[in-house]
Design a protein around this ligand. Structure first.
Ligand code: 13P
Length: 248
């Protein structure tokens, strides 16, 4: 049985004050659920959110990290720094980072290895553009991303990885993939994991859907057989919406 995981990706939003107020406002309303609750927040918010979430079931994630532990990489944050704060998860390879910040399948792979080494669970994002979907290349694109992301990752580590299928055309557009489209893609991703690691690991790994998930569509998405969670941008910024997402 895979534990559902609802993760908010705040992207580049919220001040410390706003973030702490958010956690105070939701913590009692997301307590006692059977869902893993994660907030992936900007670096400046990691420590205050971690402190505000102390003693609750809310886990904290970063949105990116470097693959080296230290060095001359101006502006970057290392896994050691995240570990010191007690970060549980790190989003790796979000399409916005691939699109605007030169993230490649190779850097995604390096970051996954480093995250695992330091006990930070990667949330690895994959997904196709609208053009790729319309030209029938969704499966090929996503397969290539998964195979390259998991290069040399050992089977025993795969249970600590969450995959997020985020079709780029559905992110921030209000255009959700239908629950069926999302489930079909995630089923295919599970098949790819099966080819790489076998039956047991492919039934264990959790795969989320992301892209315009809202309180009014979360239940249908979460009811799909292969979908284990959601990675949510816009709707994770409002406390009431986020609470509804967790209590789908
Ligand atoms: O990119 C996303 C989560 O990582 C999805 O964003 P939206 O929920 O705003 O479409």
């Amino acid at each position: 049985m895979r534990m559902p995981i609802i993760a908010g990706n705040w992207k580049m939003n919220k001040t410390i004050k706003e973030a702490v107020e958010f956690v105070k406002s939701i913590k009692d309303r997301v307590a006692g659920t059977d869902v893993e609750v994660v907030l992936c927040v900007p670096y400046t918010l990691l420590q205050p959110v971690k402190e505000a979430a102390n003693g609750t079931n809310i886990k904290v994630g970063a949105q990116n990290m470097h693959w080296e532990e230290s060095g001359a990489f101006t502006g970057e944050i290392s896994p050691l720094m995240l570990k010191e704060i007690g970060v549980d998860y790190c989003v790796i390879g979000h399409s916005e980072r691939r699109q605007y910040f030169n993230e490649t399948d190779e850097t995604v792979n390096k970051k996954i290895h480093t995250a695992l080494k330091h006990g930070i669970k990667p949330i690895v994002c994959v997904g196709e553009t609208l053009e790729e979907r319309e030209s029938g290349k969704m499966e090929e694109v996503v397969k290539n991303q998964v195979v390259k992301a998991f290069k040399d990752v050992k089977g025993e580590s795969v249970k600590d990885i969450v995959i997020a299928y985020e079709p780029i055309w559905a992110i921030g557009t209000g255009k959700t993939a239908t629950a069926q489209q999302a489930n079909d893609a995630i089923y295919k991703i599970r098949e790819i994991v099966k080819e790489l690691y076998g039956e047991e690991i492919c039934t264990e790994i959790r795969i989320q859907y992301g892209g315009s998930v809202k309180p009014n569509n979360v239940e249908e998405i979460m009811n799909q057989e292969d979908i284990d969670g959601a990675l949510v941008g816009g709707a994770s910024l409002k406390p009431d919406d986020f609470v509804q997402l967790v209590n789908f």
